[in-house]
Ligand binder design. Structure first.
Ligand code: ADE
Length: 422
């Protein structure tokens, strides 16, 4: 079947492999499957124009199928230039009828052109992973914001940007912080990032984690997951933090905690997962041991100050795909993975489908929330209702064959009372 769907992808010939990859992911996305059946029946998004800026992966493709099943017109662009699975992009165009603008390795100019192309359908709903569409809709493309009913956001970094807009009273439409759903960040950020970051490091380097000193910068949900998994593989963990509570938590979880300048001197591997800029900076590279492997699993490629590292280097060379060696003037060598971009998506395939199942169930429900409440919402950041979060968890438990206890009427009454003590 040749496609008349508008797109800019690497090659339509990759569609068949992409289809197989999407079906493989679908095996572990039972919650999304249930939601898809409901969307098909109830056409909850009929006629809605929806633009999504997400990592173009097999898991995302399953979400796109759900949105299409709900009746939406869907366009997808990448939320990172290095995370696109080109075969999946091709399959989405050919088999699902989604317009896709994404090519793995696209340069900055193409990346932004693709975002603009996604917005050219004048979407009523947008979905972001990192708030790039929302950011454009508040900047160069603000004339399109009048069409927007609402937007949803996948990741911590994006929610931080949205809350900054909200705090300055600049937010032009309601947004749903999908990241803040418990069934998102408890699982995707913690177990997803924990595993997929290690996966990216291993695929790029095949290094042994056991016995290494592994520095985790940032002890949010992603950092917690990463530290837990690296420990499980036998590394000694050092956590760096700026938040005293999180630092204390890391200490009580059994990890060493210290400033990055001290950690850098001992590190064999450093991974940044903070959401902030210049977490690894010139001063840290000056202190770092020869041979250190450096990677980032935070949303943007700003956490490792690569320009500063380049300045300190006499040569930069590609060792193999996803690994660049920076040679300092004194002969020390540091290995930077995936150009400092999300190592889990650029060097591996991102989070496993089973966690994306819940994240994207929340995305699908957020779209319905925005459509159902069109015109009734304020220009603020919303979190998905607790009941929906619990529904996603219940569906996931059911799919795993797990039953749990239910409160007896007596227990319910006890929990809503204030006067029953010992
Ligand atoms: N973010 C992290 N992992 C992902 C995946 N597999 N698909 C889409 N977005 C992701």
């Amino acid at each position: 079947m040749t496609s008349s769907i508008k797109s800019d992808i690497k090659s339509p010939r990759l569609a068949q492999t992409g289809k197989a990859r999407i079906e493989w992911a679908a095996r572990e996305m039972p919650v999304l499957k249930l939601i898809k059946a409901r969307f098909e029946k109830e056409r909850l998004l009929a006629g809605v124009r929806l633009a999504a800026c997400l990592h173009v992966t097999a898991e995302t493709a399953n979400l796109m199928e759900v949105l299409k099943a709900g009746g939406a017109e869907v366009v997808l662009c990448a939320s990172n230039p290095l995370s696109t699975q080109d075969d999946v992009a091709a399959a989405l165009v050919r088999y699902t009828g989604v317009s896709v603008y994404a090519i793995r390795g696209e340069d900055r100019k193409t990346y932004y052109r693709h975002l603009s192309q996604a917005l050219s359908i004048k979407p009523q709903i947008t979905m972001d992973d990192g708030a790039d569409l929302v950011s454009l809709l508040h900047g160069a493309k603000q004339h399109l914001s009048k069409y927007i009913w609402g937007s949803s956001e996948e990741t911590t970094t994006g929610v931080i940007r949205l809350r900054a807009l909200e705090a300055k009273k600049l937010l032009k439409f309601p947004v749903v912080a999908v990241n803040d759903s418990q069934t998102k960040h408890f699982f995707d950020n913690r177990y997803g990032t924990g595993q997929s970051t290690i996966d990216g490091i291993l695929r790029a380097t095949n290094t042994l984690i056991a016995g290494k000193t592994f520095v985790v910068a940032g002890y949010g949900w992603c950092g917690k997951g990463l530290a837990m998994r690296a420990k499980g593989l036998g590394a000694s963990i050092i956590v760096t933090e700026v938040d005293p509570v999180k630092a204390l938590e890391a200490k009580m979880d059994g990890f060493e905690v210290m400033p990055m300048l001290d950690a850098a001197k001992r590190a064999d591997i450093v991974v940044t997962v903070t959401g902030d800029i210049n977490v690894l900076d010139g001063q840290h590279f000056k202190a770092m041991k020869d041979g250190c492997i450096v990677a980032n699993s935070g949303h943007f490629n700003v956490e490792i100050n690569l320009p500063a590292l380049k300045k300190l280097s006499k040569a930069v060379q590609t060792v193999k795909p996803g690994v660049e060696v920076y040679e300092m003037r004194d002969g020390r060598k540091f290995y930077v993975l995936a150009e400092g971009r999300l190592v889990n998506l650029a060097a591996a395939e991102g989070h496993p489908a089973t966690v994306m199942d819940m994240s994207f169930a929340n995305q699908a429900l957020a779209a319905v929330f925005l459509v159902r409440n069109h015109g009734k919402l304020e220009k603020k950041v919303y979190t998905i209702e607790k009941e929906l979060d619990e529904e996603v968890a219940s569906l996931k438990l059911k799919s795993l064959g797990i039953k749990i206890d239910v409160l007896t009427p007596r227990q319910k009454k006890y929990l809503s009372s204030w006067d029953e003590g010992t």
